[in-house]
Ligand binder design. Sequence first.
Ligand code: ZN
Length: 310
Amino acid sequence: MPEPSSLQDTRNQTEAPLLGAIEAGGTKYVCAVARDPKEPLLEARFPTGEPHETVSQALEFFRKAAAAHGTIRSLGIGTFGPARIDPVAADFGTILTTPKPGWSGFPLVAALRQELGTDLPVTFETDVNAAALGESLHGAAKGIRRVAYVTIGTGIGGGFLEDGRLLHGRLHPEIGHFAVPDLDAAFGKATQVCPFHDSCLEGRASGPAIAARWGKPGHELPDDHPAWELEADYLAIACQQLTAAWSPDLVLLGGGVSQKSGLVERVREAFLRRAGGYWDLPPVHDYIRLPALDQQAGIVGSLILAARAL
Ligand code: ZN
């Protein structure tokens, strides 16, 4: 359900440059300005609609914010993907092929700069990388060197951070499309909601996959429903793949689905069983954890990106 737009003024800050940020999610946009990324001065959230309408709402917010707090000196954006985040690419700042109506090929950074200033310093990142950054500086991953942040919600994505640096690869990681074995058959099911792949993590374990498989959304399924044993096992496979491919110090499980009571404990059990004692890892309750910033990780991370753009 769309959340009503809200504007909240928090406390006054002076001195440091004014930072602007957008957590550009697939279902909602969060906009904020701050001088200290931990303490947004003004924040607004609204549903992600078609691109021109969504961008005008964001610009309207930044106009009001600038009138109240001064000139915005830089912008940090954590966007849903896929997106061209490489700053030297000709189409930097563009949303790539997506099923979201109107967004494929939309030049988000250019559209914002048109109004906010063509020379405004901008850092454009994935929303999961922004959340990883937020957790790393101010949340559950504070002081930890190599962090994998996995979000499980409408889609599944992963952000990666090593010694403060976000990892990208050629485009950016998309662990939602990790290949996974078919664990559905043992439950007499055959759910796979990704239209591109026969059996991928997002197709099997995202919020929409849970709803399609069991006929109701996850938050309506009781804690002891078999749905959670299956979900935990798919997520444990993802943790094993991350461990094998990259060897992080910490795996954070974020997003709406991860909030399910008891799920992270089940993932840890399934992970230990699947890992077979092969890896030298921290204790599992330290290795696989829930984020600390909850819904704020993405916008705090995007404000840190804005600070880095300066
Ligand atoms: Zn897929």
